[in-house]
Design a protein around this ligand. Structure first.
Ligand code: C2O
Ligand code: CU
Length: 458
């Protein structure tokens, strides 16, 4: 059963999952009673970043981001995904606790959609919150593929009871365009870096997008998603502060004011802004080069005289996960774990000068899976021995941050966390969703080069 040279699978998990290919690749489109239906089509589309700046990328339903899917917690859905592209595709529903087959990771044995075929993803969405969906293909050195292109969108799981105390929401997904390799380095202090031509919220440069129009006194919930393939972003709304209410869609223990939000790849931040400073302001990245690359939105109050939107550089970087977790437990000793997993991340340079990643000295393809049993509680001890940050992601489960940089922090529930260069994180998780589970770095250039490990239920 060849894939006709359309290399899709990561080298890592060649064995064992081939049998899944084509399993669900049928086009039984009949609606099932009591089940919500959605359809996504993967096809090339011409996306206009600004007048005269067109990019041809793979997109869902001809738009970037793809349509926002609003699902209801606990209400089953069938999502038909048609693949009108020239290569196999999978859609991953990032942050949902669903079975491996619809999860959309080949390593977990998920269904693969061959060109011309349709796959039905059936699952019951949970937990509620800001999730997202995206392609789970690999790009290697082809920077037009995978998450370098346009295959991502918001997926909001509406809670059965909405606790939201806000007047309306704005969804903003960050993406970077026109990637090329800036440099690789053999120095252990550095990692390979990409250069990008443009950066956008929702596929549009600030100069081309309509302002976000607000009224004094309004409370606006911003849902930010970093859908970049590789880049971390720090954002600020001039003249205002954000109250962070959820991280990766999960409500935080102690909502807190900050002037800067930092999102590693795949992270989400929900933050409420009280609109109390009439004017015309720039909501944008603190990095001026990124603002020049187009990332940002004008926030414009009603009934004010028109002028030039104002950017104000925040005085200091106040972003810190630790702010939102409540009181830290003084000791982890009181908790009994069914297993502790130390994981050491290292960077290597191969004979071709390419960067490779290992966990505890082994590449993804050589690593045995971590073994868990249903209902068990486990502790990850992540140690980053490389000179760049990594957005670490666990499929199909949440984890709870307990410590960072050897300092205990209050519990924060996430599915992706940015580990700093030469830094450490401790996070616990409960094995409550049986089935093969992928752990990986969400930086596309790292995941494609082996930064991953499987977790298997015994
Ligand atoms: Cu957001 Cu393995 O993915
Ligand atoms: Cu990484």
């Amino acid at each position: 059963m060849g894939l006709d040279g359309l290399a899709l699978r990561r080298r890592a998990f060649m064995a064992g999952t081939l049998s899944s290919i084509g399993l669900g690749a049928t086009s039984v489109a009949r609606a099932r009673p009591g089940v919500e239906n959605h359809t996504l089509t993967v096809a090339p589309a011409d996306i206009e970043l600004a007048p005269g700046i067109m990019r041809r990328v793979l997109a869902y339903n001809g738009q970037v981001p793809g349509p926002t899917l609003r699902l209801r917690e606990g209400v089953p859905v069938d999502i038909m995904v048609r693949n009108r592209s020239a290569s196999p595709e999978l859609v991953h529903w990032h942050g949902l606790h669903i079975p491996p087959f619809p999860d959309g990771a080949e390593e977990e044995g998920s269904g693969v959609i061959r060109p011309g075929e349709t796959l039905r993803y059936s699952f019951t969405p949970n937990p509620s919150g800001t999730r997202w969906y995206h392609t789970h293909t690999m790009a290697m050195m082809d920077f037009s593929r995978a998450l370098y292109g346009g295959l991502f969108g918001f997926l909001i799981v509406e809670p059965t009871r909405d606790p939201g105390r806000y007047d309306r929401e704005e969804l903003l997904a960050v993406h970077h365009w026109d990637a090329s390799l800036a440099h690789t380095s053999s120095s252990p202090e550095l990692c390979a870096m990409l250069r990008y031509g443009f950066a956008t919220f929702n596929g549009q440069l600030m100069s081309a997008a309509e302002p976000i129009r607000v009224r004094k006194g309004e409370r606006v919930l911003f849902r930010f998603l970093n859908a970049s393939a590789t880049e971390t972003v720090s954002l600020s709304l001039s003249g205002h502060r954000f109250t962070v209410v959820a991280l990766d869609g999960n409500p935080v223990a102690t909502p807190h004011f900050v002037s800067i939000l930092t999102l590693g790849v795949a992270e989400r931040v929900d933050a409420i802004v009280e609109m109390d400073q009439p004017g015309q302001w720039v909501l944008g990245p603190v990095d001026p080069a990124l603002r020049a690359a187009g990332l940002g939105r004008v926030v414009e109050y009603a009934d004010i005289p028109r002028g030039a939107p104002v950017w104000r550089q925040p005085e200091r970087d106040d972003w810190d996960y630790g702010l939102f977790g409540g009181t830290a437990q003084t000791s982890a000793r009181t908790i009994r774990y069914d297993g502790i997993f130390p994981m050491l991340f290292e960077r290597h340079i191969d004979a071709q000068g390419m960067e490779r990643w290992t966990i505890n000295g082994k590449s993804g393809s050589e690593l045995p899976p971590l073994s868990v049993r249903k209902g068990g509680r486990y502790l990850f001890r992540w140690m980053n021995l490389s000179g760049c940050a990594h957005p670490l992601h666990l499929h199909r489960h949440n984890f709870t941050l307990l410590a960072r940089s050897q300092r205990r922090i209050g519990a924060i529930v996430k599915d992706t966390v940015q580990i700093g260069r030469f830094d450490t994180i401790e996070a616990s998780f409960i094995a409550d969703n049986p089935g093969d589970t992928l752990f990986h770095c969400h930086h596309q250039l790292h995941m494609d080069y082996d930064f991953m490990q499987m977790i298997r239920y015994s």
